[in-house]
Design a binder for this molecule. Structure first.
Ligand SMILES: [Zn+2]
Length: 317
């Protein structure tokens, strides 16, 4: 793990306008640390006085954020050897992708002629699942190059930002943003571009953490959804649809849960409270993680009704 030992210097930060309404006055809201990576620095979120969006300000300039996406973030998806727990880990990761696919299939039928685009595709395992189960043509965009992973061979991978990609006349039946939008530096541009890339009848599915949720009330400044400094915005149930509508999208469904397991936020929130900014080594936490999941299983059965941590919207052009 590459741990910078000093907080980023002030000149690496910028003071953005509100990413939703462009306003320039905001009220301090909450301060976070890099609870997952354990790197130093305190990062501030404010609420826009105009539209109510919570966003990070000041924030690291885009060219300085890349280091926070290294290794511990994605390496865990590449790691396949977890000792005795390997089958359980493999099952859990596979389940996440199956849950994503099941969710989107409720709103869009996918078959061999369909086209799917995943923005912020990371290691691409979701797209591999889409391709294997539906036969759809699967394309992923991510600013980290993970195209060397074995299952990526069947997929179209494009490195860079969405704005840098030229799809010509190609349009997509399904575009997904799984925990991408809250990281974005130019969310309205991304959403407008995604809207233009939808085929007639196409659906855009977006999952982000939900600020007005049980897990935020429990953990506050240690809420995993703050994920500082990577998260540029914190959406609640009002500001997310407002941003989509501003980008010219029509919200047809808004769910108080996602495919991402809310339990991850419950576990990490508790761990972050105990560790107080020292960073969480997921490889050491794997036993307590699965043990806690077993203990909480009766509660998690009702995850979709409890507004624990996530929200998902389904949009049309
Ligand atoms: Zn605003």
């Amino acid at each position: 793990m590459d741990h910078a030992r000093q907080a980023p210097p002030a000149e690496q930060f910028e003071t953005p306008a509100c990413p939703l309404c462009g306003g320039n006055t905001a009220t301090p809201f909450i301060t976070a640390e890099d609870d997952l990576g354990g790197r130093p620095g305190r990062f501030h979120f404010a609420r826009c006085d105009g539209c109510g969006l919570a966003y990070q300000t000041p924030r690291l300039r885009f060219e300085h954020i890349g280091g926070y996406y290294d290794d511990e973030y994605i390496a865990h998806r590449k790691k396949t050897d977890w000792g005795m727990l390997t089958p359980l880990y493999t099952w859990a990761m596979g389940k996440h992708d199956r849950d994503k696919l099941a969710l989107v299939r409720r709103y869009q039928s996918l078959h061999a002629g369909s086209r799917v685009l995943d923005i912020g595709c990371g290691a691409g395992t979701f797209l591999a699942r889409v391709k294997a189960d539906t036969g759809a043509a699967a394309c992923g965009v991510d600013f980290k190059d993970l195209s060397g992973l074995p299952w990526m061979a069947d997929l179209e991978f494009r490195q860079g930002t969405l704005a840098e990609q030229d799809f010509g006349a190609r349009r997509f039946d399904l575009i997904t943003l799984w925990h991408f939008l809250e990281h974005d530096y130019t969310p309205l541009d991304t959403l407008a571009r995604a809207r233009d890339l939808l085929a007639p009848g196409g659906k855009l599915v977006i999952e982000v953490p939900r600020l007005d949720s049980v897990s935020f009330r429990l953990f506050q400044e240690r809420w995993p959804g703050l994920q500082a400094p990577q998260h540029t915005m914190l959406f609640d149930a009002a500001t997310l649809p407002r941003m989509l509508e501003k980008a010219g999208l029509r919200v047809s469904e808004h769910l108080p849960y996602g495919a991402f397991p809310a339990y991850f936020y419950l576990f990490c929130g508790l761990a972050f409270k105990l560790l107080r900014g020292r960073g969480l080594d997921l490889s050491k936490a794997i036993y307590p993680y699965f043990a806690g999941q077993l203990l909480l299983a009766p509660v998690l059965l009702f995850e979709r009704r409890l507004n624990l941590a996530m929200q998902t919207v389904v949009c049309e052009a």
